[in-house]
Structure formats: structure tokens, C-alpha cells
Unconditional design. Structure first.
Length: 462
């Protein structure tokens, strides 16, 4: 919980756990320094791997306001400070020896998202979105539509950079759209937080991140924290299949039906048409709560149809020789891969899809990836889970020879180059996390696009 004492940071010693190779701790570090704190940033990664992130806070280090401990954690850094800011993605934080030591020493532990929620003006409308699939696209759609409707709106949380870096720009009359991961929601749920979500959106709940949560029940309960931070007069929007979720008394509940859709989008797939329908309802709730029913649905739908999509989410990399290439590297669950396949109904029905799957093992059921073999021209497996998927799908003995254990992305693209012809679709939708072979899903998607151009040629049309 971020109480008054913790918001008064002048002269306090704060340990930030995790700088990150991509700067995940930079925003909160700058925020803490701006509030007068003396900050120690500690990360298990060595300095050479964190050079780019260190450079971005070089001025704070030079001023003496920030010190570094890289390549290790030291227990005393967590027990002798006034506060610890933990990276929410630290696996099973309840078992982490450093966080346990801080708790035993009665040192408060918070996360960046808790600090941001405490700083958002009380009258601002916070729209919180979570889900196993579709939460990023739905969040970005809500932000895009509200912006097109002339609203002052801010986007943060699990999508993009730190909201703390622009927190001073948020006014009471603004809307804040927050994508929240199960990790972030676990921390919010563990705190006696006063956070209020005037509009809460859950797109779906499917098994995911079981390596972190341990059980599906723990994962699901973390997602449902969203609904526990609502009060009378707020709105909850629940995707298909979530009718058993309980909302707080006095909360207006909207259950999105199966088949809900906004057609004519730039982004492909029935699942994105559903995401847009969910986003429209969230925007309606925001506008009606602020402007007493003056919601222009036709204008909102028109705005949704101008949304170009997010990188690595069914992004059209290009067309080469009549073969279309799509980067869906953000797909880290089998369910997300099935949604991606559904975005190409004609090619799926006629067997024109070359699908690349596999990656880091999060402990989830990979059976849907195995079954996808029946819908594709070729299944190419990579990463730690690749051999298991290929073996279960019958690699080497499949009657149509459609399963190819490749191990790495470059081998997969090379194998596809031997088989793909004009009219085919090549789809990277791994259904698994990227951490076995890549820094993150963004890097995986970027490498895919580079390999496509290198192996198939530079003559790309988009």
C-alpha cells in the first residue's frame, strides 16, 4: 500500500529491484529521484548487459542521486532501506529471498504500478484492462477511439513506458487507460490499495503464466483483482465465457456476447473484431459517465476502423512473390495462436498457412498447438517446446509431411522458403514465450522480419 508516508520520499533511501535490459526500471527511478529519494538500483544482470539502460540514467548516477549494484543482489540492500520497489515480474515473489528479507525487516514493498495509481488524480477516470489474450490490442483501441472522440487520454501500465514519467500531465478530467498483467494485479491485490477502476475490462481468462503463478486458480484470482477494485456506479465489461465472474454490488455489468464484432477493421481476424466491440463498450462507459449519454457510437466505430494495430500482433510484415508474411510474436499462449489462425479463414480452410510455433515453456497445455497441424500446410517448431510439439504432432511420420522440427527461427524460415508458393501465408504465432532464445517477443518479431527479407528477398510490398 502506498500511504502518505511513502509518498513523502524526500531523503528516503529506496531500493529499486530491477533496471532491466530494456529500461523497465528507468521511469520509476527518475520518479523517485524527482521526489527527493536517494535510490539504489540493483539487478542480477551484469553491467555490460545493462549498458543501454544505465546510460539512460547516467545523469542521475553522475549527480550521486542514484547508485548501482549490478550482477548481484545484496540482502542488506533490501533490509536497511526505507522502501523497496520490486519489479512485478519477479517470479513467485512470495518465495524470493530478497523480498522475504525485506518483509521480515518490515520494509514496505511496492511496485511501479502502485506508485502510479497513487499519483493519478482522484477524479480521473481509470479504465483497467486485463485478459489472457487481446488485452494490449483492446487497450490500444480504447486509447485510439477516445482520442479520436476528442478526449484527453493517457495509455500506460503493461503497455508502453512508465506512466510515472508523464504523471504530472494527468488532470482530474482526463481518462487513464491501463493494461494490467496478472503479475501487476497480483501485487495490487496483495496491497490494501485504494485504487479504483471506474471501468474494468476482462477480455478472457485462459491458462497462462503457470510457471509464475503455480496454479490456474492463482492466475485467475489475480486477474479478478480488477473487479475487486470497483465501487457502486462503476462499470465492468466481461468478454464471452466470463459470466461466472462476480462483480461488486452496484457495479453496472456488461457481458459481451459470443459473436460480438465490429467489421471493416484494418487489423485482421474475428478476435480483433471482438476486441473492437469490447473497446466500444468501454468507450461508451467512459463517455456516458462523463458526459451523461452523449456517446456517438457511429463515430466511435469509424474511429475503430482507422486503428492500424500494434507491432508484433498480426502485423503484416510484407508480401514477397505473392506470399504474405505476418508477425504475431506477441502470441505467447496456444489460445492466442488459434485466434491468429482464425484471422485467415480461407487460407486455413484451403491449407495455405505455414505456421511457426514454440518457445519458452511456461507450463501451459500445448495440445492446441499440436492440433493446429490439421489446419496448416506446414507446422514449423522452434525453441524449448519445439521438439515436444513436433513429436506429439507426429514429426517424421505425419502422412502429409506437414511437421518440421526446426529448433531455431532461421531454420524455420529456410524450411518455409523451400515449400511456400504464391497465395500462401507465413505466420509467426508461437503460442509460447520468447525467453529461451530471445530477450522478449519484440526481439523475436524483429528477427523474424529480418530473416524474411534476408531469405526471401528485399522486394517487399505492404
Amino acid at each position: 500500500m502506498v500511504d502518505r508516508a511513502m509518498r513523502d520520499l524526500s531523503g528516503k533511501r529506496v531500493t529499486v529491484m530491477g533496471l532491466g535490459r530494456f529500461g523497465g526500471g528507468i521511469g520509476v527511478t527518475r520518479y523517485l529521484v524527482s521526489r527527493g529519494a536517494d535510490v539504489l538500483v540493483t539487478d542480477l544482470e551484469p553491467a555490460e548487459k545493462l549498458a543501454a539502460s544505465v546510460e539512460r540514467i547516467g545523469d542521475l548516477i553522475a549527480s550521486g542521486r542514484v547508485t548501482l549494484r549490478l550482477g548481484e543482489h545484496n540482502v542488506s540492500d533490501f533490509t536497511t532501506c526505507d522502501c523497496v520497489v520490486a519489479n512485478p515480474a519477479v517470479p513467485r515473489p512470495w518465495e524470493n529471498r530478497y523480498l522475504r528479507a525485506a518483509s521480515a525487516a518490515s520494509v514496505p514493498i511496492v511496485t511501479e504500478i502502485e506508485l502510479a495509481l497513487a499519483e493519478i488524480p482522484g477524479d480521473a477516470c481509470v479504465v483497467a484492462i486485463t485478459g489472457s489474450a487481446g488485452k494490449s490490442t483492446t487497450s490500444a483501441l480504447i486509447h485510439h477511439i477516445l482520442s479520436e472522440l476528442g478526449q484527453r487520454v493517457h495509455l500506460g501500465g503493461n503497455i508502453g513506458g512508465s506512466l510515472l514519467e508523464s504523471i504530472a500531465e494527468i488532470r482530474d478530467t482526463d481518462t487513464v487507460v491501463l493494461e494490467l498483467s496478472s503479475f501487476q494485479l497480483h501485487w495490487i491485490g496483495a496491497a490494501a490499495s485504494a485504487a479504483r477502476f471506474r471501468v474494468a475490462v476482462i477480455t478472457n481468462i485462459e491458462a497462462n503464466h503457470l510457471d509464475w503463478h503455480g496454479t490456474f486458480e492463482h492466475y485467475r484470482s489475480s486477474k479478478l483483482v480488477l473487479l475487486g477494485r470497483q465501487r457502486e456506479g462503476d462499470t465492468a465489461i466481461l468478454g464471452p465465457g466470463l459470466k461466472d465472474c462476480t462483480t461488486a454490488r452496484g457495479v453496472r455489468r456488461i457481458d459481451i456476447p459470443e459473436g460480438a464484432a465490429v467489421s471493416g477493421l484494418l487489423i485482421p481476424g474475428a478476435h480483433n473484431e471482438l476486441n473492437a466491440a469490447v473497446a466500444i463498450e468501454a468507450c461508451r462507459a467512459v463517455v456516458e459517465s462523463r458526459h451523461h449519454g452523449l456517446f456517438d457510437e457511429n463515430r466511435a466505430i469509424a474511429a475503430a476502423r482507422t486503428f492500424a494495430g500494434l507491432p508484433h500482433r498480426l502485423h503484416h510484415v510484407g508480401t514477397i512473390g505473392g506470399i504474405r508474411f505476418y508477425d504475431d510474436s506477441k502470441s505467447t499462449t496456444p489460445h492466442a495462436t488459434l485466434l491468429a489462425l482464425g484471422a485467415f479463414p480461407i487460407e486455413r480452410e484451403t491449407g495455405r498457412i505455414h505456421l511457426i510455433v514454440g518457445g519458452y515453456d511456461k507450463g501451459q497445455d500445448l495440445a492446441p498447438l499440436v492440433l493446429s497441424t490439421m489446419d496448416v500446410k506446414g507446422l514449423y517448431t522452434i525453441g524449448v517446446t519445439g521438439e515436444r510439439i513436433a513429436s506429439a504432432a507426429g514429426a517424421g511420420c505425419h502422412p502429409n509431411g506437414r511437421v518440421y522440427p526446426c529448433g531455431t527461427l532461421d531454420r524455420a524460415i529456410a524450411a518455409i522458403a523451400e515449400r511456400a508458393i504464391e497465395g500462401d501465408v507465413v505466420l509467426l504465432s508461437p503460442g509460447c514465450a520468447s525467453w529461451d532464445q530471445f530477450e522478449n517477443y519484440e526481439q523475436r518479431g524483429s528477427v523474424y522480419a529480418s530473416l524474411v527479407r534476408a531469405i526471401f528477398g528485399e522486394d517487399v510490398t505492404t
